[in-house]
Design a protein around this ligand. Structure first.
Ligand code: COI
Length: 354
């Protein structure tokens, strides 16, 4: 793919890498490529970060035909740049796009675009503990019409943001509110996709949880309000009686790349890791009987995030004495060790930029 490059007249001043937060800053450049029926993907370019001009009829603004991804670039102690399983993001975006009748981006094009942009923006990759460069690829439908039907034109773009921890708690336990009123997704819908609509459906419950002093919500299935699905921005895992239990990928839960990586690691470490339906009652019973040993979320932004408290209908349970459990910590250290190149990657998951 030949990527046209337009140089910025002036580069921005870099923020203080000690207080990055999440998603507050963007780098100097972005990647943009368009799709038109009959022409395919065309005009890939890296150009100075700027606004898009949009016709008010753009179907994305009306009907939410949008998908996105999230991955990170890491700077190692010896100054190498690593990506983590970018092929998985490419594949997941293809699945999301397929569900929304949006043009799929070939895996090699997606990965090449990510690599090319990160390469241009190497200086923006922070070098402090827990920091990285968050990569946000997006596809949106760009056709201008008021009718509801699949779009015939799309834009794919990538922006970059130097980030620290996603949660203000950092890598400390978070409090989670079990949501039993609103639902995020149902099987047959778009729950497995990384699309804006899923997140739009979630903010009402997020607002409610925040008002009650909780960081995120734990979603229950949309039919029975019974089976645990996922947490706002992460998949979820529980250690019950020594075994790991995580909700299965039946269509309403996002196929997290961190989730997949952690399941591999756990099984290699000899843990039994079950992907099965887990009812909220079974979970709360296990917590009451002291059999719920640890709970954590997994996600690119959230990494491995210990869960210290669950509130289900006012029934509050504290997990691991509101401390990071030993297995949660071990997983965090191992995964981030691989991602930041501190320990050997036996899986071939990291991709070094040349
Ligand atoms: C990620 O973990 O990369 C996500 O996309 C979560 C996000 C909505 C912040």
């Amino acid at each position: 793919m030949e990527i046209k490059f337009t140089k910025a007249a002036q580069l921005k001043e870099k923020p203080d890498f000690h207080c990055l937060g999440f998603g507050k800053y963007v780098t100097d450049y972005m990647f943009v490529m368009d799709y038109d029926e009959g022409q395919g993907w065309h005009d890939p370019q890296i150009l100075p970060y700027d606004d898009f001009v949009m016709d008010p009829r753009c179907v994305t603004l009306h009907y939410g035909l949008e998908t996105f991804e999230g991955l990170k670039a890491y700077r190692t102690e010896d100054n190498r740049i690593l990506l983590f399983r970018p092929d998985m993001n490419a594949k997941r975006m293809q699945k999301s796009n397929e569900r929304l009748c949006m043009a799929e981006i070939p895996e090699d094009m997606f990965v090449e675009a990510v690599k090319a942009l990160v390469n241009v923006e190497r200086d923006w990759i922070p070098d402090l503990p827990e920091t990285s460069l968050y990569i946000r690829p997006v596809t949106y439908a760009s056709e201008c019409t008021i009718g509801v039907h699949p779009s015939s034109s799309f834009r794919f773009y990538i922006i970059l943001s130097p980030v620290g921890c996603y949660y203000p708690e950092g890598v400390n336990p978070v409090k989670i509110f079990v949501e039993d009123e609103y639902v995020r997704a149902v099987i047959g819908g778009t729950g497995f996709c990384k699309c804006g609509g899923n997140y739009a459906a979630s903010v009402k419950a997020q607002e409610k949880a925040e008002k009650l002093g909780y960081t995120q919500v734990l979603w229950l299935d949309g039919v029975h309000r019974e089976y645990v699905e996922e947490v706002g921005t992460m998949n979820v895992m529980f250690k019950i009686d020594g075994k790991i239990v995580t909700p299965p990928l039946e269509g309403s839960v996002l196929a997290g790349i961190t989730r997949d990586s952690i399941l591999h690691i756990l099984r290699d470490w000899g843990y039994e890791a079950e992907e099965r339906r887990l009812s909220i009652h079974e979970l709360m019973e296990a917590a009451k009987d002291g059999r719920l040993e640890e709970a954590w979320g997994t996600g690119t932004a959230a990494v491995i995030s210990p869960i210290g408290e669950l509130n289900y209908k006012g029934q509050i349970t504290t997990i691991s004495d509101f401390k990071t459990g030993p297995l949660t910590q071990k997983l965090y250290d191992y995964l981030t060790g691989i991602q930041w190149g501190k320990i050997a990657d036996p899986y071939g998951w990291t991709v070094e930029l040349n």
